[in-house]
Design a binder for this molecule. Structure first.
Ligand code: SF4
Length: 80
């Protein structure tokens, strides 16, 4: 059974709201599954990312999280 690593204290929006869409893992999953449409809940999770970069040093996969989220936020701002 895979171990779920929850965001720790360095993830400000997840700590405040406690919904996976508001943590880096949830946001990256939204980006991976994005096909042009997304729920209001997912949209809120992405758009409320502070782009603070606190999650990047903790990412074991070395994903440029803020770069990916910034790109999606720009796309959504232009198309939605
Ligand atoms: S960059 Fe976004 S996802 Fe990463 S810790 Fe900051 S608010 Fe959370």
């Amino acid at each position: 059974m895979p171990v779920l690593r929850l965001p720790r204290i360095y993830v400000p929006t997840f700590c405040a709201i406690r919904i996976m869409h508001f943590g880096p893992r949830g946001r990256i999953n939204i980006i991976k599954n994005f096909s042009g449409e997304m729920s209001e809940e997912a949209y809120g999770g992405v758009m409320r990312c502070l782009l603070c970069g606190s999650c990047e040093p903790e990412c074991a996969a070395g994903i440029k999280i803020t770069e990916a989220i910034r790109a999606l936020k720009m796309h959504l701002a232009q198309t939605r």
